[in-house]
Design a protein around this ligand. Structure first.
Ligand code: BEZ
Length: 256
């Protein structure tokens, strides 16, 4: 994906702290209903955990990601993957479906989203479908508010740096329709998400692009304060951390 955020991907940290991303994708995979023999592009395939599951249905998968580190991990699974930016895919009317899970929100700004949607539209054959899930309006609101408050004294505007795109259904429907898609369904779904290794691991994995701007001592202090603010909100009485994820899930089609 387009990355102007400084966010980096460590495959081991992702496997330990981000595997839930693929594991919680059952609903969007059901919406895709992959069929044996059809050609599917998995946009933002990461380390290929979900691409591999989709390929097991008999569909023919091509994975695309911008991260060479993640693609190296995907190749270990014997997947067919290519390094491209979502805003400039080189494909023309060759996929029956484009699928994407937890990747589109990394594309920065409306213009980036418009470029990606045009690129995806071009990649689909007439009648093809685009089925995806991404962060939606209000996603990880408590985490973002805590980071804004903690990092402001360091002159860090974490919302601007993280630059995540979490649209409402109304906005994303408009962008999809402007790109030429017919929207079959689009829903905003709150999905409280247990974090297997707690908040510190999550912040280190998914928000390193923000925290890495600090010196090591400031980083440790800011991280600790963010966790302290979030604890009464996102940690339950048994000590489990549950992040305030909100998903935007949709199914759109290209005219036949
Ligand atoms: C998400 O899938 O909503 C997400 C992923 C990484 C960081 C923040 C949000």
């Amino acid at each position: 994906m387009t990355n102007t955020t400084g966010q980096t991907w460590n495959t081991e940290a992702y496997a330990a702290n981000g595997r839930f991303v693929a594991n919680l994708a059952t609903a969007v995979v059901s919406l895709l209903t992959p069929q044996p023999g059809e050609h599917i592009l998995d946009l933002g395939c990461g380390d290929g955990a979900l691409t591999e599951q989709l390929a097991a249905t008999g569909a023919i998968l091509t994975g695309v990601d911008a991260s060479s580190t993640m693609l190296a991990a995907a190749r270990q699974r014997n997947l067919n993957v290519e390094q491209h930016n979502a805003t400039a895919l080189p494909y023309h009317q060759q996929f029956d479906a484009v699928f994407s899970n937890a990747a589109l929100h990394w594309i920065t700004g409306i213009e980036g989203q418009q470029a990606a949607l045009s690129s995806i539209y071009r990649a689909l054959r007439p009648g093809g479908r685009f089925v995806a899930e991404m962060g939606g309006h209000g996603n990880i609101a408590a985490i973002r508010a805590a980071m804004q408050a903690v990092l402001a004294p360091y002159n860090i505007d974490s919302e601007t740096i993280a630059a995540s795109f979490y649209p409402s259904p109304a906005l994303y429907r408009r962008l999809l329709e402007e790109a030429g898609f017919n929207v079959q369904s689009i829903d905003l779904i709150p999905r409280p998400t247990p974090l297997p290794n707690g908040m510190e691991s999550w912040l280190n994995t998914f928000r390193n692009g923000v925290f890495d701007r600090l010196s090591p001592p400031d980083r440790a202090q800011a991280l600790a304060r963010t966790i302290e603010i979030l604890e009464p909100i996102l940690r339950d009485h048994d000590g489990n951390w549950i992040a305030d994820y909100v998903r935007l899930r949709f199914h759109a089609t290209k005219n036949a």
